[in-house]
Design a protein. Sequence first.
Length: 219
Amino acid sequence: MRSISNGLLYFLTLGVAGYAVFAYGFLPLGSLVHPDMKANFLAHTTGIYTHAFASVVALTLGPFQFSTHLRQQHTNVHRWLGRTYLAVGVFVGGSSGLYMSQFAYGGFMATLGFAALAMLWLYTGLCAYLAIRRRAIVEHRKWMVRNFSLTFAAVMLRLYLPVSMAAGVEFSLAYPVIAWLCWVPNLAFAEWRYNIAHNNAFNTGAQKQRSGLRGRSGS
């Protein structure tokens, strides 16, 4: 089951990264978006290209940060990929995303949603970096889980948009909602999953400790 979920994660993130490379690298800017969004893109080409290609870095490298094999067998590779993910993907992508959020299609609610996403993306990335600098490994992993759940907003955005179109929801109504829907459930789910895993690990450790104490007392 874990291998299936990991495979789906890689498929979705790398698929959206590939889509972004194709859409922003080989097609005229704004070819695949709403006409009103296209006008904003053309008015702020540097911002949108910077955000798009930095986000490609984050989407491409992000999943590999959770590879146990890479982390244990190729520590230096893990560290350099992590540095690139945080410095280029998150910092550059988040900063340009925050800048572009003020021009978001959909009015104030969309602007607020994307601005909050960008600020939290930057904040969780900073917390992950500061934690690893202190060698607080467990804390670092927790912040990275939170951070990547926000990176994954790029995937959910591109899933919700066609679903809303297929459901017949008007784009001007759907987009401000998706500006929040693409990341809030991700963050909540990541927090829940991490707490479940942490509690299970804690309970397992406590059980082993009790078993050890009983074994010593019986000897």
